[in-house]
Design a binder for this molecule. Structure first.
Ligand SMILES: O=C(CO)[C@@H](O)[C@H](O)COP(=O)(O)O
Ligand SMILES: [Co+2]
Length: 219
């Protein structure tokens, strides 16, 4: 299981330091939650923050765009240094165009589904994406409770991937801690985002707890 700390719960006054801490913990990617105050009732970072962090980290930057009409911002995030760009299925009538633009910019493309969206809604997009993100909370805030009923969607995506020979990673995001990550791994998730759990203590210790939990699950 890959680990992707979300900087939504980092210390915004010391963002560079917190990014360096998770990088030293050898995590697999850095999850950057972009919110516009329209698609979700919260505001966070724009491409300028991504560009500011880029020279300070070698990590894969995984930008989770919780914004309306993300196709208008794909280029800006790609140019700012995003490696993987996630767009919410619910955020635009032009979801295929948004994914296509990400790929044309040479970046990894991710489709994200909210708790109310079934896997069947994105079946025609699965062949083209590098990652599918199953939200395990309603998007907008860190520190919410994990929704175990979303795990059926993770299992469904794992089965489709195997049957069709698709290559996407299956990411879970929201309420992931050293207990819920075990259920995610069991259902077939391959990448776990964790914000409040990682930054509520020493990130190195917290990341190790997540790793240990998935190792135990595999035994
Ligand atoms: O996309 C989101 C929230 O909308 C997430 O990436 C959160 O940042 C996860 O936070 P925790 O639930 O792990 O605290
Ligand atoms: Co996120």
């Amino acid at each position: 299981m890959k680990i992707a700390p979300s900087i939504l719960s980092a210390d915004f006054a010391n963002l560079q330091t917190d990014v360096e801490k998770v990088e030293q913990a050898q995590v697999d990617m850095l999850h950057i939650d972009v919110m516009d105050g329209h698609f979700v009732p919260n505001l966070t970072f724009g491409p300028n923050v991504v560009a500011a962090l880029r020279p300070h980290s070698q990590l894969v930057f995984d930008c989770h765009l919780m914004i309306e009409n993300p196709e208008n911002y794909v280029e800006a995030f790609a140019d700012a240094g995003a490696d993987l760009i996630g767009v919410q299925y619910e955020s635009t009538p032009n979801i295929h165009r948004a994914l296509d633009m990400i790929k044309k910019k040479g970046k990894l493309a991710e489709i994200v589904i909210n708790p109310g969206t079934p896997v069947s809604a994105i079946s025609s997009l699965l062949a083209m994406v590098d990652q599918v993100l199953v939200m395990t909370v309603d998007p907008g805030f860190g520190g919410q409770k994990f929704m175990p009923e979303m795990l059926d969607k993770v299992a469904e995506l794992a089965q489709i991937k195997q049957e069709k020979g698709y290559h996407y990673e299956i990411q879970v995001d929201g309420g992931v801690n050293d207990q819920t990550i075990k259920q995610c791994a069991q259902a077939g998730a391959t990448v776990a985002v964790a914000g409040s759990f990682v930054f509520k203590g020493d990130p190195a210790v917290q990341v190790e707890k997540l790793r240990q939990a998935t190792v135990e699950e595999a035994l």
